[in-house]
Design a protein around this ligand. Structure first.
Ligand code: WT7
Length: 630
């Protein structure tokens, strides 16, 4: 694959990609296995939006992930699996073995009536079977919708209903550190309101007790015993959907971001190989969960398309102790480590005594993703993990972009702590002001937009194309709006400064404030609430909730506990507010709009200058809020 190996080449490739995007991307797309080549490289408008890449190209992504590697590299390791418990034996899957497992499971899905275009929900722990299930869907043209197994039954059922999934693939339980989470029970609860689901396939992981519903539930291992190892790949069109992945926005329920087969395939491999400078024999470890886009693109598709060897880790960074990541790096001789700033900060806070016992000399490249990385965490990562000799790639992208958009190319792009540096070839970022006017030159800040389509751009939001338009293409004319603020420094380096909308980023997880408010408002004693983010040492941002209670007599501690339980039930533990302040009123304008700016300032502890409060309906509420700050 077109591989950039010098800064000069990066500049020339970038230039080529802007001057002639069609030629640039068709050269790259040539390197994949197609049943039929595309007739046209690109057709697009951002009004619809309507973006199509590699029109009428026919292929199957799993042939490129699996079959294509078999003639020469059948015995190469695709995955090494490391369980939650360090004492549990590792599992190694070669490309040949993975291929067979995928084909077998594809046949199981077929047996249960899944056909091209059907949606399959995957709600699994980090076991190889999660990846196998995803690829099995792709093999037969079914659309996977992976839901992170930390989401509650209510969140799960909402997602299953929204995309009308026919089958759910899950496991009995999930290990996470000390916890044994009964995830099949969550599925059972979710399915009480999902009559469209006809079958549940259960992988046995923890051997915990589960209820199997006859006629609906079946065991993975039973099914696999009799399934055929051969499954011809379904012929897919470039623009057929590959997967749906739900993500939070500033309004309403989570949206099902839809990615299509062709462009996503081309871009994930290209970005993987170039950003991480993957070399054959390297062991790549992305610590994300497959429930997030990072897992989709850089545990599953990007690495497999590149024929890479990856590590899959089931557990958490802090169990049995805060040295787990480093122990794994040494044990498996990981060469490239890709993780999130929140993990880096948590491990930094645990102290260097957890790092010291390990050599970490296999590491060659380090990556960061999911949230802005503060300079301190960047330097700690650089000095203590990379020992000053591993380039750090701070990769900025989103669920909607499908792959890495702005990032250094490891060892090629000179880095600066906290900067995602430069756009990948093919990516045309642009800063705009509130009115959408382009902000030119360097040493400037603005809202980050992208002016030209790239192959793995979001195609639609499932079942509601207008929502896709409104969320990303309607804020500014003819531009894709990211929702992020961004600085371009004197040298033209990009630094992502964080969301400019009502989305907060907690430990690299995207959470819509409106979603948390809705969950809180479900509590019988809450009339209204407002949720904002505030700086948090470990999580990046914490969740601060202001709530108005109808019940004066209720103990605030009890109310807080109940609200946390409500949020857990409706969304999941990741959306639990860190702070809940009970207030008498919220700062509103005369037109009834909550002035979140004020709430953010109070949550941050910056109360000296709250700006203009003259338009407030009742300026006194601000005093009450300030004095009750937690
Ligand atoms: C949002 C996207 C991309 C995979 C994981 C998150 C923030 C992501 C960075 C970075 C600063 C970043 C942005 C973005 N973000 N990477 N390197 N530097 N901010 O995917 O859940 O879709 O969230 O995460 O705010 O919009 P996501």
């Amino acid at each position: 694959m077109t591989r950039i190996t010098s800064l000069a080449q990066y500049h020339s490739e970038y230039k080529k990609s802007v001057e002639n995007p069609e030629l640039f991307w068709s050269d790259i797309a040539q390197e994949f296995v197609w049943k039929k080549k595309w007739d046209k490289v690109l057709e697009w408008n951002f009004k619809g939006p309507d973006v199509k890449w590699f029109l009428n190209g026919k292929f199957n992504i799993t042939e490129n992930c699996l079959d294509a590697h078999l003639p020469k590299h059948a015995d190469r390791i695709a995955y090494i699996w490391e369980g939650n418990d360090p004492k549990e034996a590792n599992i190694r899957l070669t490309y040949k073995e993975l291929y067979e497992e995928v084909c077998c499971f594809a046949n199981v899905l077929k047996k249960y009536g899944v056909v091209k275009g059907d949606r399959v929900c995957i709600y699994m722990p980090m076991v190889p079977q999660a990846v196998i299930a995803m690829l099995a869907c792709a093999r037969i043209g079914a659309v996977h919708s992976v839901v992170f197994a930390g989401f509650s039954a209510a969140s799960l059922s909402g997602r299953i209903q929204d995309s009308d999934c026919k089958i759910v693939v899950t496991s009995d339980g999930a290990y996470r550190g000390m916890k044994d989470i009964p995830i099949k029970a969550v599925v059972d609860e979710a399915l009480e309101v999902c009559p469209g689901v006809s079958s549940v396939i259960v992988f046995e992981r923890t051997k915990s007790k589960v209820t199997m519903i006859p006629g609906r539930d079946t065991w993975w291992h039973e099914e696999m015993k009799t399934a055929d190892k051969h499954c011809p790949p379904e012929v897919m069109d470039s623009e057929d959907p590959l997967f749906i992945l739900y993500t939070s926005g500033s309004t309403g329920k989570p949206k099902g971001v839809v990615h299509s087969c062709g462009g996503y395939m081309v871009f994930t491999r290209y970005s993987f190989e170039n950003v991480f400078q993957y070399e054959p024999k390297d062991l790549f470890w992305c610590t994300a969960d497959v429930g997030w886009v990072t897992g989709h693109s850089y545990i599953v598709y990007g690495p497999l398309l590149a024929g890479a060897s990856s590590l899959i880790f089931e557990g958490v960074p802090t169990w049995p102790d805060a040295g787990r990541f480093w122990q794994i790096v040494d044990k498996h001789k990981v060469n490239i480590l890709y993780t999130a700033p929140t993990a880096i900060r948590a491990l930094q806070a645990s102290g260097l005594e957890y790092v010291k016992p390990y050599k970490l000399d296999s590491l060659r490249i380090l990556g960061s993703v999911g949230e802005p990385i503060n300079e301190e965490a960047w330097s700690w990562y650089n000095v203590n993990i990379g020992k000053g000799r591993c380039p750090i790639v701070d990769t900025w992208w989103q669920t909607e972009t499908g792959g890495i958009m702005i990032s250094p190319l490891a060892g090629i792009t000179p880095t600066k702590p906290g900067f995602a540096t430069f756009p990948l070839p093919g990516i045309q970022p642009m800063l705009v002001d509130e009115k959408g006017k382009e902000i030119l030159g360097n040493g400037v800040s603005g809202n980050l937009c992208i002016r030209f389509p790239w192959p793995s751009i979001i195609r639609t939001t499932y079942g509601d194309h207008e929502r896709c338009r409104l969320a990303y293409f309607a804020t500014y004319d003819n531009l894709y709006f990211t929702g992020d603020g961004c600085r371009r420094d004197e040298d033209g380096y990009y630094r992502i400064t964080g969301r400019v909308d009502d989305v907060i980023n907690v430990s690299g997880h995207r959470i819509g404030t409106a979603e948390v408010e809705n969950a809180i408002n479900m509590h019988a004693d809450v009339v209204e609430s407002a949720v904002v983010g505030y700086p948090h040492d470990i999580k990046g941002q914490g969740i601060y909730a202001y709530v108005i209670s109808t019940n004066d007599k209720k103990d605030h501690e009890l109310l807080r506990k109940e609200i946390l339980a409500e949020v857990m039930k409706i969304i999941g533990p990741i959306a639990k507010p860190d702070k809940i302040q009970v207030v008498k009123g919220l700062p509103k304008t005369r037109s009834g709009k909550i002035m979140r700016r004020i709430l953010r300032k109070v949550a941050e502890g910056d109360v000296s200058n709250l700006g203009d409060t003259s338009t407030l309906l009742d300026p006194l509420v601000v005093e009450e809020i300030k004095s009750g700050r937690l």
